[in-house]
Write a protein that binds this ligand. Sequence first.
Ligand SMILES: Cc1cc2nc3c(=O)[nH]c(=O)nc-3n(C[C@H](O)[C@H](O)[C@H](O)COP(=O)(O)OP(=O)(O)OC[C@H]3O[C@@H](n4cnc5c(N)ncnc54)[C@H](O)[C@@H]3O)c2cc1C
Length: 346
Amino acid sequence: MQVDYIIVGLGLAGLAFIKELDVNNKSYIVFEDNSQNSSVVAGGMYNPVILKRFTAVWNAVDQLDLALPFYKAFEKQFNKKYNYSLDIYRIFKSVEEQNNWFEACDNPLLTKYMIPKLITKNFEGIRAKYGYGKLTNTGRIDTKALLEDYRNYLSAKKLIRYESFKYSELEIYDKNVSYQEISALKIVFCEGFGLKKNPFFKYLPMQEAKGELLTIHAPDLNVNFLIKAAVFVLPLGNNFFKVGATFNWKDKTKFPSKEGKQELKTKLESFVTAPYKIVEHIAGIRPTVKDRRPLVGTHAKYQNLAILNGLGTRGVMIAPMAAKALYKHLENGSALDKEISIARFQ
Ligand SMILES: Cc1cc2nc3c(=O)[nH]c(=O)nc-3n(C[C@H](O)[C@H](O)[C@H](O)COP(=O)(O)OP(=O)(O)OC[C@H]3O[C@@H](n4cnc5c(N)ncnc54)[C@H](O)[C@@H]3O)c2cc1C
């Protein structure tokens, strides 16, 4: 079997790179072993404002310019909705925070998103003594549904193998690589936290950040926007909400924990007074990097081995931009932005 690319891992990183391959009529085969699930459990939010400090996310506007049409193309391809517009209401903790909000609204990068008004309306079941700041033009991608649909699509075309990629069986030559009976011009590794097992790239400084999420049913909570305070409460419809997420820098498993659940409940109850029932508890590991930038580039010695990883806490927005940059680098020799290139760690 001869292909242009082997792709290892089908989370948001793999999906974004495959999209580049599809658009450019390149052939590929994908390996996926379900050892990680960050993209499947993700809240899926896109929002260009850091909600702690009210500053702009790195390159957010450019990222969104690419990301929104990227997800729209899948909606067209599968005739299904994945992108749900969702305003965000940030609960203020103090008068000082209210003032910071108004200052931040002057940032020309953020005027499209931050509403320069204090929302004081009372919503039943929510405690917000200092009111809310509202963000608009934000939303959620149903990453789970999108990835499921894409996997089915690849399965039907026999372009995906549900098995672990065995690094020791990869043979590397000057102009191609071979793996079992497959010969490919290049291989792109998109394993998320699975990177830790990759002998070619595991030297890169990935700081895994485990996150846990609850799904709750709260019949008396009637809001159609995302509430952000100690945790976020994201409406899924019919009074179901996702609540998350925790950050744990020590636990390297993708399994939900008792401590994670308790933390989410405590934080949720600090501002939601409506009764609720937990219907699901999930976890995953965010592949984050110390400098909060993606890991993109080729191996220092083997130019036909590439990596697309380090999407961190914002894979929904970053993946399409990082994938496009990698594709142009591999196919056209375009230089990678120093901020995302793995050359910064060599
Ligand atoms: C709780 C939580 C909430 C989040 N919320 C948001 C959010 O609201 N908005 C946002 O933008 N981001 C969010 N994120 C972050 C986002 O999920 C990540 O940035 C993104 O999903 C990372 O994608 P990835 O493809 O790099 O990794 P992954 O999704 O982990 O995908 C890697 C894939 O590679 C496969 N794999 C690994 N090793 C091998 C191997 N040897 N052989 C075959 N397959 C292999 C794995 O099974 C996996 O499917 C959240 C993450 C978590 C955990």
